[in-house]
Design a protein around this ligand. Structure first.
Ligand code: IPE
Ligand code: IPE
Ligand code: MG
Length: 251
């Protein structure tokens, strides 16, 4: 039987700095190699029929790093916009940039908008690049939008109105929630990634540093996902009943 493929995979691409340090290279070299790993991973997702890939490229907290490393990451983003986007466009990838754009330069902001517009007609794979993203920022910006909308209509912020409108105001409102969240680099934490959206994602932690993450490692994560039972609060017996009913209808 074929392995069920997660429709939406999210990845915390961690370990670039350690990869570089082990080779006595500057951290920026690790980030450049990380870009190669991302290219490989996108190709692998396309080949496996994954519908969406969401990657954490720069967190709200990564501004705390030394200025030269932050600059190298900004440069890498700018370069990716010119070098990678045409190839992704040709491969059928639709790109979204997810995060707070206010602190980015005008030039980069324009590049992000252009990449989104240039790939808007594609539908093979959705690639969400989370850049200057933080889960708390996301929830706060969505809450502000909802509160403003309700105030405009003169409606009170009730629990029901709020929880109905909030998911649609989050930065990944165009997506279903991630089925599988992978973190490379050996750490087992979220580091302020998709706090709301990963409520029921299956978690997979890999010891591999992100620049070393390849197709085999991705397949291991997918195989681990396929072996899990997603219960969403129900019992295992209830899940089996639903599966049996679905199989009977399919026959
Ligand atoms: C992840 O790799 C990339 C970014 C956070 C931008 P790191 O740079 O965090 O690598 P380590 O964790 O220091 O090895
Ligand atoms: C998370 O990695 C952010 C990205 C991969 C972009 P970090 O390396 O910044 O996370 P912490 O600081 O170890 O939690
Ligand atoms: Mg790290």
């Amino acid at each position: 039987m074929p392995v069920p493929i997660p429709r939406h995979i999210a990845i915390v691409m961690d370990g670039n700095g350690r990869w570089a340090r082990r080779r006595l290279l500057p951290r920026a070299a690790g980030h450049r190699q990380g870009m190669e790993a991302l290219r490989r991973c996108i190709r692998a997702c396309l080949a496996r029929g994954v519908e969406a890939l969401t990657v954490f490229a720069f967190s709200s907290e990564n501004w705390r790093r030394p200025a030269d490393e932050v600059n190298s990451l900004m440069e890498l983003l700018a370069k990716a916009l010119t070098r990678e986007v045409p190839e992704l466009e040709a491969a059928g990838v639709r790109i979204y940039f997810v995060g707070d754009r206010q602190s980015l330069t005008d030039h980069v902001r324009q590049g992000l908008a252009q990449a989104e517009a240039d790939t808007a007609h594609n539908s093979k794979l959705v690639l969400n690049v989370c850049f200057n993203y933080g889960g708390r920022w996301d929830i706060a910006q969505a809450a502000a939008q909802v509160a403003a909308r309700l105030a405009e209509r003169g409606e009170p912020v009730t629990e029901a109105a709020f929880s109905e409108a909030l998911p649609g105001a989050l930065a990944l409102a165009h997506m279903s929630d991630p089925d599988l969240l992978i973190r490379t680099g050996g750490e087992q934490r979220l580091s302020n990634f998709l706090l709301w959206q990963c409520a029921y994602s299956e978690l997979f932690f890999s010891e591999r540093l992100w620049p070393d993450f390849d197709e085999t490692a991705l397949d291991q994560a997918i195989a681990a996902y396929a072996a899990r039972e997603r219960r969403f609060g129900r019992t295992g017996e209830q899940i089996k009943l639903v599966q049996t009913a679905a199989q009977t209808i399919a026959i």
